[in-house]
Design a protein around this ligand. Structure first.
Ligand code: ZN
Length: 266
């Protein structure tokens, strides 16, 4: 039994891609850069894409080096290593320091294990057994969250500073190792799984904004590959009659990884 990996990623038009996708022997991940807020440094001199790339590299190498470690321990160690990479130029105690949301899956002991934190998603297709979606939507259920109406509707940075990486708020990876223990984790037997999809919220907006089902998403990627999902998102965004109604940008970086589970031994 093994996993066949396919991925696609695309920056929002006219911007730098702050998403990241990777896969190795029995694992895969996606990351989505979180922060930074206009006018705020977040205590860090590094671009968000740098933080995302460091986290992705550390996660990939730790997943490969330590296959017996729990996923939470691997994620914690990757955050700690990334924090060390910043060096003395950065004050990582700033609650708005740049980081990333993440979805990680791994094949171990006949199970597919996942870890999801922030607004990335893992979607598990069990064929006749249905679809299991794992989405960390705590950021959408914050108490008394003020939405600021600007060019982009968003939460006010002062408010985010009080709920980011705090109990009762929401968690992202980057500057707080304990965030790993607040991720959503779980597993399912691999033998019943036909495919697994990991994506950033630039893709999951098909379901959140544009009324797609996860079955629709899986069917399109199965028929035409992961790139087709990015084209579908861009079409939906372009045709959106009122993108101002959403919290967040009209276009976002969009990244998707699809793992097809081959029940034949490689
Ligand atoms: Zn930094």
């Amino acid at each position: 039994m093994h996993l066949i990996y396919a991925a696609a990623t695309e920056a929002a038009p006219e911007s730098t891609n702050e998403d990241h996708a990777a896969g190795g022997d029995g694992w895969a991940l996606v990351l989505d850069g979180a922060g930074r807020y206009p006018g705020r440094s977040g205590g860090c001199i590094h671009p968000v894409a740098w933080v995302v790339e460091r986290l992705g590299t550390r996660l990939g190498s730790h997943l490969t080096q330590w296959p017996e470690q729990p996923l939470t321990a691997i994620v914690r160690s990757a955050v700690e290593a990334t924090m060390a990479d910043h060096g003395p130029t950065c004050d990582l105690s700033d609650p708005l320091s740049p980081g990333a949301t993440a979805a990680v899956v791994r094949l171990r002991d006949g199970l597919l294990e996942w870890l999801v934190i922030g607004d990335c998603a893992v979607v598990v297709d069990q064929g006749e057994g249905g679809i299991t979606s794992v989405i960390d939507d705590r950021v959408d259920h914050l108490p008394d969250a003020p939405v600021v109406e600007g060019r982009v509707r968003t939460y006010s940075p002062d408010y985010v500073a009080t709920v980011r990486n705090r109990p009762g708020g929401f968690w992202v990876l980057g500057a707080v190792p304990a965030a790993a223990e607040h991720a959503l984790t779980g597993s399912l037997p691999l033998h019943a799984i036909t495919q697994v999809l990991l994506c950033t919220d630039g893709i999951s907006r098909l379901t959140e904004r544009y009324e797609w089902s996860w079955a629709d998403v899986l069917a399109l990627s199965e028929a035409n590959g992961p790139e087709a999902l990015i084209r579908a998102v861009r079409n939906a965004e372009r045709d959106d009659p009122n993108p101002q109604r959403w919290r967040g940008k009209r276009h976002d970086d969009a990244t998707v990884v699809v793992l097809r589970v081959s029940q034949v031994n490689a």
